[in-house]
Design a protein. Sequence first.
Length: 146
Amino acid sequence: MTAEPGRVAAYADLVAAVLDLRGSGPTQAFDAALADALATGAISDDLARQLRWLQRVGERAIVEHAEAVLPPALVALQAIASHAGAAIDHQATATTDRLADDVAQLTDLAEPVEPEPAPVVALEGRRVLVAGLRPLPDPAHRGTLP
């Protein structure tokens, strides 16, 4: 997989910015512990200098590793997510097309059904068409309105 250089650069900038936001608390605590050890004579000046240098080199190595590894990893994850999204969209479209075909086939196979006439019920000497909900004139009272 070939990553787009601009995208890798954008992720590199993002990773660098996030790493720059890290606090200096652990480094300050380390320096304070070294200062206490020096003050009590528990360690020599040379050992304190060497320990401080190793701590700073270790921190820089972790930052450099993160800056080298994370941007291409983020691009790869984005590509995987895009590919998965496209596959899901393709599957959804195929499923919708199959369902539409099935409905069309069922519609073609269905026999037409004639609607049943609306039932007529007697109500206070008049007939009422239930479906239309309007009274029908009683044959005995022709010419008069209900």
